[in-house]
Design a protein around this ligand. Structure first.
Ligand SMILES: [Zn+2]
Length: 390
Protein backbone atom coordinates (compact mmCIF):
# COMPACT_ATOMS: atom_id res chain seq x y z
CA UNK A 1 0.00 0.00 0.00
CA UNK A 2 3.05 2.27 0.55
CA UNK A 3 5.53 2.46 -2.31
CA UNK A 4 8.21 4.75 -3.67
CA UNK A 5 8.63 4.47 -7.45
CA UNK A 6 12.09 5.74 -8.43
CA UNK A 7 14.04 6.03 -11.63
CA UNK A 8 11.07 7.19 -13.73
CA UNK A 9 12.56 8.45 -16.99
CA UNK A 10 9.25 9.88 -18.15
CA UNK A 11 6.01 10.17 -16.18
CA UNK A 12 2.56 10.70 -17.67
CA UNK A 13 0.13 11.68 -14.94
CA UNK A 14 -2.59 12.92 -17.35
CA UNK A 15 -3.09 15.87 -15.02
CA UNK A 16 0.22 17.64 -15.74
CA UNK A 17 2.63 17.87 -18.66
CA UNK A 18 4.92 14.81 -19.04
CA UNK A 19 7.82 15.04 -16.58
CA UNK A 20 11.37 13.70 -16.84
CA UNK A 21 13.51 12.07 -14.14
CA UNK A 22 10.81 11.85 -11.52
CA UNK A 23 9.66 9.78 -8.60
CA UNK A 24 6.21 8.96 -7.30
CA UNK A 25 5.04 8.16 -3.79
CA UNK A 26 2.02 6.03 -2.88
CA UNK A 27 0.67 5.92 0.67
CA UNK A 28 -2.38 3.99 1.75
CA UNK A 29 -2.83 2.94 -1.88
CA UNK A 30 -3.10 6.54 -3.15
CA UNK A 31 -0.68 8.83 -4.93
CA UNK A 32 0.55 11.40 -2.38
CA UNK A 33 3.49 12.97 -4.20
CA UNK A 34 5.09 13.20 -7.65
CA UNK A 35 8.03 15.36 -8.56
CA UNK A 36 11.68 15.63 -9.48
CA UNK A 37 13.72 12.66 -8.31
CA UNK A 38 16.13 15.06 -6.62
CA UNK A 39 13.29 16.39 -4.44
CA UNK A 40 12.01 13.05 -3.21
CA UNK A 41 10.81 13.56 0.40
CA UNK A 42 13.18 12.16 3.01
CA UNK A 43 10.36 10.18 4.64
CA UNK A 44 9.30 8.44 1.38
CA UNK A 45 8.25 4.80 1.92
CA UNK A 46 11.11 2.32 2.25
CA UNK A 47 9.39 -0.13 -0.09
CA UNK A 48 10.79 0.81 -3.49
CA UNK A 49 10.37 0.03 -7.14
CA UNK A 50 13.23 1.27 -9.32
CA UNK A 51 11.98 1.36 -12.92
CA UNK A 52 15.44 2.20 -14.31
CA UNK A 53 14.54 5.00 -16.67
CA UNK A 54 11.29 3.52 -18.00
CA UNK A 55 8.19 5.50 -18.94
CA UNK A 56 5.38 5.21 -16.36
CA UNK A 57 1.75 5.81 -17.26
CA UNK A 58 -1.53 5.48 -15.32
CA UNK A 59 -2.83 1.91 -15.23
CA UNK A 60 -5.10 1.30 -18.20
CA UNK A 61 -8.85 1.44 -17.70
CA UNK A 62 -10.57 -1.10 -19.94
CA UNK A 63 -14.07 0.33 -20.14
CA UNK A 64 -15.72 -2.42 -22.19
CA UNK A 65 -15.28 -6.18 -21.76
CA UNK A 66 -17.39 -9.31 -21.81
CA UNK A 67 -14.87 -11.12 -19.63
CA UNK A 68 -17.00 -13.93 -18.18
CA UNK A 69 -17.62 -16.54 -20.88
CA UNK A 70 -16.87 -20.13 -21.82
CA UNK A 71 -16.13 -21.63 -25.23
CA UNK A 72 -14.53 -20.19 -28.30
CA UNK A 73 -15.95 -19.18 -31.69
CA UNK A 74 -13.38 -20.85 -33.91
CA UNK A 75 -15.76 -21.85 -36.71
CA UNK A 76 -17.25 -18.37 -36.94
CA UNK A 77 -13.76 -16.89 -37.04
CA UNK A 78 -12.56 -19.21 -39.78
CA UNK A 79 -15.76 -18.55 -41.77
CA UNK A 80 -15.13 -14.81 -41.44
CA UNK A 81 -11.67 -15.25 -42.90
CA UNK A 82 -13.44 -16.93 -45.83
CA UNK A 83 -15.70 -13.88 -46.28
CA UNK A 84 -18.71 -14.50 -44.01
CA UNK A 85 -20.02 -11.18 -42.59
CA UNK A 86 -20.80 -10.68 -38.86
CA UNK A 87 -24.44 -10.43 -37.82
CA UNK A 88 -24.31 -10.82 -34.04
CA UNK A 89 -25.75 -14.35 -34.18
CA UNK A 90 -22.60 -15.98 -32.83
CA UNK A 91 -23.40 -14.57 -29.39
CA UNK A 92 -25.85 -17.46 -28.98
CA UNK A 93 -22.99 -19.96 -29.42
CA UNK A 94 -21.23 -18.38 -26.45
CA UNK A 95 -24.48 -18.32 -24.47
CA UNK A 96 -24.82 -22.10 -24.87
CA UNK A 97 -21.21 -22.72 -23.82
CA UNK A 98 -21.46 -20.32 -20.88
CA UNK A 99 -24.71 -21.81 -19.56
CA UNK A 100 -23.12 -25.28 -19.76
CA UNK A 101 -20.04 -24.28 -17.75
CA UNK A 102 -19.89 -24.48 -13.96
CA UNK A 103 -19.41 -21.42 -11.76
CA UNK A 104 -15.87 -22.58 -10.95
CA UNK A 105 -14.99 -23.02 -14.61
CA UNK A 106 -16.28 -19.56 -15.49
CA UNK A 107 -14.45 -18.04 -12.55
CA UNK A 108 -11.16 -19.72 -13.48
CA UNK A 109 -11.47 -18.64 -17.13
CA UNK A 110 -12.28 -15.04 -16.20
CA UNK A 111 -9.50 -14.88 -13.61
CA UNK A 112 -6.95 -16.09 -16.17
CA UNK A 113 -8.09 -13.39 -18.62
CA UNK A 114 -7.93 -10.76 -15.89
CA UNK A 115 -4.34 -11.84 -15.16
CA UNK A 116 -3.44 -11.49 -18.83
CA UNK A 117 -5.01 -8.03 -18.94
CA UNK A 118 -3.08 -7.00 -15.83
CA UNK A 119 0.20 -8.18 -17.35
CA UNK A 120 -0.59 -5.74 -20.18
CA UNK A 121 -1.07 -2.85 -17.77
CA UNK A 122 -4.82 -2.91 -17.11
CA UNK A 123 -5.74 -1.94 -13.55
CA UNK A 124 -9.48 -1.19 -13.82
CA UNK A 125 -11.92 -3.18 -15.92
CA UNK A 126 -15.60 -3.03 -16.76
CA UNK A 127 -17.20 -6.50 -17.01
CA UNK A 128 -20.54 -7.13 -18.71
CA UNK A 129 -22.99 -10.01 -18.38
CA UNK A 130 -24.85 -10.97 -21.54
CA UNK A 131 -24.02 -14.62 -22.08
CA UNK A 132 -26.72 -15.92 -19.72
CA UNK A 133 -29.90 -14.45 -21.21
CA UNK A 134 -32.28 -15.88 -18.61
CA UNK A 135 -32.78 -14.07 -15.30
CA UNK A 136 -31.03 -16.88 -13.40
CA UNK A 137 -28.11 -17.14 -15.82
CA UNK A 138 -27.59 -13.38 -16.01
CA UNK A 139 -27.66 -13.01 -12.23
CA UNK A 140 -25.23 -15.94 -11.99
CA UNK A 141 -22.77 -14.00 -14.17
CA UNK A 142 -23.09 -11.01 -11.82
CA UNK A 143 -22.39 -13.29 -8.85
CA UNK A 144 -19.32 -14.69 -10.62
CA UNK A 145 -18.13 -11.15 -11.38
CA UNK A 146 -18.49 -10.32 -7.67
CA UNK A 147 -16.45 -13.42 -6.80
CA UNK A 148 -13.90 -12.48 -9.47
CA UNK A 149 -13.27 -9.26 -7.57
CA UNK A 150 -11.87 -11.45 -4.80
CA UNK A 151 -9.62 -13.33 -7.21
CA UNK A 152 -7.98 -10.42 -9.05
CA UNK A 153 -6.49 -7.16 -7.81
CA UNK A 154 -8.14 -5.38 -10.77
CA UNK A 155 -10.80 -2.82 -9.87
CA UNK A 156 -13.97 -4.16 -11.48
CA UNK A 157 -17.15 -2.42 -12.61
CA UNK A 158 -20.07 -4.78 -13.24
CA UNK A 159 -22.58 -4.14 -16.02
CA UNK A 160 -25.92 -5.88 -16.58
CA UNK A 161 -26.30 -6.63 -20.31
CA UNK A 162 -29.38 -8.85 -20.35
CA UNK A 163 -30.29 -7.09 -23.62
CA UNK A 164 -27.32 -8.53 -25.52
CA UNK A 165 -29.35 -10.49 -28.07
CA UNK A 166 -32.84 -12.04 -28.14
CA UNK A 167 -32.27 -15.69 -27.13
CA UNK A 168 -33.13 -18.39 -29.67
CA UNK A 169 -36.79 -19.36 -29.55
CA UNK A 170 -37.92 -16.41 -27.42
CA UNK A 171 -40.59 -13.83 -28.26
CA UNK A 172 -38.74 -10.50 -28.35
CA UNK A 173 -41.37 -8.43 -26.51
CA UNK A 174 -41.57 -11.00 -23.74
CA UNK A 175 -37.80 -11.12 -23.55
CA UNK A 176 -37.45 -7.33 -23.25
CA UNK A 177 -40.07 -7.38 -20.48
CA UNK A 178 -38.04 -10.07 -18.71
CA UNK A 179 -34.83 -8.04 -19.00
CA UNK A 180 -36.59 -5.01 -17.55
CA UNK A 181 -38.11 -7.06 -14.71
CA UNK A 182 -34.65 -8.40 -13.78
CA UNK A 183 -33.07 -4.94 -13.37
CA UNK A 184 -33.82 -4.46 -9.65
CA UNK A 185 -32.25 -7.81 -8.77
CA UNK A 186 -29.27 -7.11 -11.06
CA UNK A 187 -28.68 -3.89 -9.13
CA UNK A 188 -28.93 -5.81 -5.86
CA UNK A 189 -26.34 -8.34 -7.12
CA UNK A 190 -23.68 -5.73 -7.75
CA UNK A 191 -24.38 -4.29 -11.19
CA UNK A 192 -23.42 -0.61 -11.29
CA UNK A 193 -24.25 -0.20 -14.98
CA UNK A 194 -26.84 -1.28 -17.52
CA UNK A 195 -26.05 -1.71 -21.22
CA UNK A 196 -28.03 -2.68 -24.35
CA UNK A 197 -26.79 -3.96 -27.74
CA UNK A 198 -28.84 -1.47 -29.75
CA UNK A 199 -28.21 -2.18 -33.41
CA UNK A 200 -29.60 -3.53 -36.67
CA UNK A 201 -30.95 -7.04 -36.07
CA UNK A 202 -30.47 -6.81 -32.31
CA UNK A 203 -32.46 -4.38 -30.09
CA UNK A 204 -34.26 -1.31 -31.43
CA UNK A 205 -33.88 2.24 -30.15
CA UNK A 206 -37.35 2.02 -28.56
CA UNK A 207 -36.47 -1.22 -26.78
CA UNK A 208 -33.16 0.21 -25.59
CA UNK A 209 -34.91 3.33 -24.28
CA UNK A 210 -37.35 1.15 -22.32
CA UNK A 211 -34.55 -0.92 -20.72
CA UNK A 212 -32.26 2.02 -19.97
CA UNK A 213 -34.88 4.35 -18.50
CA UNK A 214 -35.94 1.55 -16.16
CA UNK A 215 -32.30 0.96 -15.21
CA UNK A 216 -31.86 4.65 -14.50
CA UNK A 217 -34.92 4.57 -12.23
CA UNK A 218 -33.18 1.82 -10.24
CA UNK A 219 -29.98 3.80 -9.83
CA UNK A 220 -27.85 2.15 -12.51
CA UNK A 221 -25.54 4.14 -14.77
CA UNK A 222 -26.14 3.80 -18.50
CA UNK A 223 -23.94 2.53 -21.34
CA UNK A 224 -24.90 1.59 -24.89
CA UNK A 225 -23.54 -0.57 -27.72
CA UNK A 226 -24.26 1.87 -30.55
CA UNK A 227 -23.96 2.09 -34.35
CA UNK A 228 -21.66 -0.93 -34.70
CA UNK A 229 -23.34 -2.94 -37.46
CA UNK A 230 -25.33 -0.08 -38.96
CA UNK A 231 -26.66 3.39 -38.08
CA UNK A 232 -29.91 3.04 -36.12
CA UNK A 233 -30.01 6.21 -34.04
CA UNK A 234 -28.48 4.62 -30.94
CA UNK A 235 -25.90 7.40 -30.46
CA UNK A 236 -28.69 9.99 -30.43
CA UNK A 237 -30.45 7.89 -27.79
CA UNK A 238 -27.28 7.85 -25.70
CA UNK A 239 -27.21 11.64 -25.91
CA UNK A 240 -30.92 11.92 -25.09
CA UNK A 241 -30.56 9.74 -21.98
CA UNK A 242 -27.20 11.17 -20.94
CA UNK A 243 -25.50 7.77 -21.03
CA UNK A 244 -22.01 7.70 -19.54
CA UNK A 245 -20.77 6.01 -22.70
CA UNK A 246 -21.74 4.99 -26.20
CA UNK A 247 -19.48 2.25 -27.47
CA UNK A 248 -18.38 1.05 -30.96
CA UNK A 249 -19.85 3.91 -33.07
CA UNK A 250 -18.37 2.71 -36.37
CA UNK A 251 -21.39 4.15 -38.23
CA UNK A 252 -21.99 7.24 -36.10
CA UNK A 253 -23.24 10.36 -37.89
CA UNK A 254 -21.71 13.76 -37.28
CA UNK A 255 -24.90 15.37 -35.91
CA UNK A 256 -25.38 12.51 -33.43
CA UNK A 257 -21.73 12.84 -32.41
CA UNK A 258 -22.29 16.54 -31.70
CA UNK A 259 -25.31 15.62 -29.55
CA UNK A 260 -23.12 13.14 -27.65
CA UNK A 261 -20.53 15.83 -27.02
CA UNK A 262 -23.20 18.27 -25.81
CA UNK A 263 -24.52 15.81 -23.24
CA UNK A 264 -21.13 14.52 -22.09
CA UNK A 265 -21.39 11.00 -23.51
CA UNK A 266 -17.90 9.46 -23.80
CA UNK A 267 -17.27 7.64 -27.09
CA UNK A 268 -15.63 4.27 -26.43
CA UNK A 269 -13.51 3.13 -29.38
CA UNK A 270 -12.99 -0.60 -29.85
CA UNK A 271 -10.45 -0.93 -32.66
CA UNK A 272 -9.71 -4.61 -32.09
CA UNK A 273 -13.33 -5.29 -33.07
CA UNK A 274 -12.94 -3.45 -36.35
CA UNK A 275 -9.81 -5.50 -37.05
CA UNK A 276 -11.36 -8.80 -36.01
CA UNK A 277 -14.50 -8.18 -38.08
CA UNK A 278 -12.30 -7.31 -41.07
CA UNK A 279 -14.35 -4.15 -41.34
CA UNK A 280 -13.16 -1.05 -43.15
CA UNK A 281 -14.77 1.20 -40.55
CA UNK A 282 -11.82 3.16 -39.18
CA UNK A 283 -13.07 6.69 -39.79
CA UNK A 284 -15.40 7.18 -36.82
CA UNK A 285 -12.65 8.30 -34.43
CA UNK A 286 -12.20 11.43 -36.55
CA UNK A 287 -15.96 12.05 -36.71
CA UNK A 288 -16.15 11.86 -32.92
CA UNK A 289 -13.02 13.95 -32.39
CA UNK A 290 -14.25 16.64 -34.78
CA UNK A 291 -17.55 16.77 -32.89
CA UNK A 292 -15.73 17.28 -29.60
CA UNK A 293 -16.62 13.91 -28.07
CA UNK A 294 -14.28 12.74 -25.31
CA UNK A 295 -12.71 9.47 -26.46
CA UNK A 296 -12.02 6.26 -24.59
CA UNK A 297 -10.32 3.06 -25.74
CA UNK A 298 -11.25 -0.47 -24.66
CA UNK A 299 -10.68 -4.07 -25.75
CA UNK A 300 -14.29 -5.39 -25.88
CA UNK A 301 -12.68 -8.67 -24.77
CA UNK A 302 -15.08 -11.40 -25.99
CA UNK A 303 -14.72 -14.70 -27.83
CA UNK A 304 -16.44 -13.71 -31.08
CA UNK A 305 -15.46 -10.26 -32.27
CA UNK A 306 -12.44 -9.27 -30.17
CA UNK A 307 -10.48 -11.98 -28.43
CA UNK A 308 -8.07 -9.57 -26.81
CA UNK A 309 -7.14 -8.61 -23.25
CA UNK A 310 -4.43 -6.13 -24.25
CA UNK A 311 -4.98 -2.40 -23.89
CA UNK A 312 -1.61 -1.63 -25.52
CA UNK A 313 -2.84 -3.46 -28.61
CA UNK A 314 -6.01 -1.33 -28.61
CA UNK A 315 -3.76 1.74 -28.33
CA UNK A 316 -1.61 0.58 -31.25
CA UNK A 317 -4.64 0.07 -33.49
CA UNK A 318 -6.16 3.31 -32.25
CA UNK A 319 -3.09 5.11 -33.55
CA UNK A 320 -2.09 3.11 -36.61
CA UNK A 321 -5.55 2.30 -37.97
CA UNK A 322 -7.88 4.95 -36.50
CA UNK A 323 -5.50 7.88 -36.75
CA UNK A 324 -5.29 8.88 -33.10
CA UNK A 325 -2.14 10.63 -31.98
CA UNK A 326 -0.04 8.85 -29.35
CA UNK A 327 -1.16 11.42 -26.78
CA UNK A 328 -4.84 10.98 -27.70
CA UNK A 329 -4.61 7.20 -27.52
CA UNK A 330 -2.94 7.07 -24.09
CA UNK A 331 -5.36 9.69 -22.77
CA UNK A 332 -8.30 7.68 -24.16
CA UNK A 333 -7.01 4.43 -22.59
CA UNK A 334 -6.66 6.02 -19.16
CA UNK A 335 -8.47 9.29 -18.39
CA UNK A 336 -11.11 8.96 -21.12
CA UNK A 337 -12.01 5.41 -20.10
CA UNK A 338 -12.16 6.45 -16.45
CA UNK A 339 -14.54 9.26 -17.38
CA UNK A 340 -16.68 6.78 -19.30
CA UNK A 341 -17.04 4.97 -15.96
CA UNK A 342 -17.65 8.31 -14.20
CA UNK A 343 -14.59 7.77 -12.00
CA UNK A 344 -12.07 10.41 -11.00
CA UNK A 345 -9.94 8.15 -8.78
CA UNK A 346 -8.40 6.10 -11.61
CA UNK A 347 -7.05 6.85 -15.09
CA UNK A 348 -4.57 9.48 -13.87
CA UNK A 349 -1.72 9.82 -11.39
CA UNK A 350 -2.56 13.15 -9.83
CA UNK A 351 -2.33 13.38 -6.04
CA UNK A 352 -5.29 11.55 -4.53
CA UNK A 353 -5.74 9.03 -7.33
CA UNK A 354 -5.23 5.33 -6.69
CA UNK A 355 -1.61 4.31 -7.10
CA UNK A 356 -2.37 2.27 -10.21
CA UNK A 357 0.31 2.42 -12.88
CA UNK A 358 1.91 0.61 -15.76
CA UNK A 359 5.69 0.62 -16.18
CA UNK A 360 6.24 0.50 -19.92
CA UNK A 361 9.05 -1.52 -21.45
CA UNK A 362 10.12 1.70 -23.15
CA UNK A 363 11.56 5.13 -22.40
CA UNK A 364 8.69 6.88 -24.21
CA UNK A 365 5.06 5.89 -24.74
CA UNK A 366 5.39 6.35 -28.50
CA UNK A 367 7.81 3.41 -28.56
CA UNK A 368 5.05 1.15 -27.26
CA UNK A 369 2.91 2.12 -30.25
CA UNK A 370 5.75 1.63 -32.72
CA UNK A 371 6.99 -1.70 -31.36
CA UNK A 372 4.52 -4.21 -32.80
CA UNK A 373 4.25 -7.64 -31.26
CA UNK A 374 6.56 -6.77 -28.40
CA UNK A 375 6.02 -6.97 -24.66
CA UNK A 376 4.79 -3.45 -23.92
CA UNK A 377 4.43 -3.51 -20.13
CA UNK A 378 7.19 -4.47 -17.72
CA UNK A 379 5.37 -4.11 -14.40
CA UNK A 380 1.86 -3.30 -13.23
CA UNK A 381 1.16 -1.65 -9.87
CA UNK A 382 -2.30 -1.51 -8.28
CA UNK A 383 -2.93 0.56 -5.19
CA UNK A 384 0.79 0.79 -4.56
CA UNK A 385 1.23 -3.00 -4.69
CA UNK A 386 3.63 -4.34 -7.32
CA UNK A 387 1.76 -7.09 -9.15
CA UNK A 388 4.57 -8.56 -11.20
CA UNK A 389 8.20 -7.78 -11.81
CA UNK A 390 9.70 -8.71 -15.16
ZN1 LIG B 1 -19.39 -5.34 -26.39
Amino acid sequence: MNLTVRGIGRLLTMTDEPQRDTALVVRGGRVTWTGAASELPADAPAEELDVQGACVVPGFVDAHTHLVFAGLRREEFVARLAGQPYDGGGIRVTVDATRAASDEQLLDLAAARAATAMSHGTTTMEVKTGYGLTPEDELRLLDITARLAGRTPLRLEATYLGAHVVPAGRDRDEYVDEVVATIPEAAARGARWCDVFCDQGVFTVAEARHVLTTARDHGLGLRLHAEEIAWTGAAALAAELGCASADHLEHVRADDARAMAASGVVGVLLPTVTLSLRSAAWGHASVLRDAGVELALATDCNPGTSWCESMPYAIQLGCLAMGLSVDEAFRAATLGSAHSLRRDDVGHLGVGAWGDLAVLDAEHEADVVAHLGGRPVRTTVIGGVVQQRL
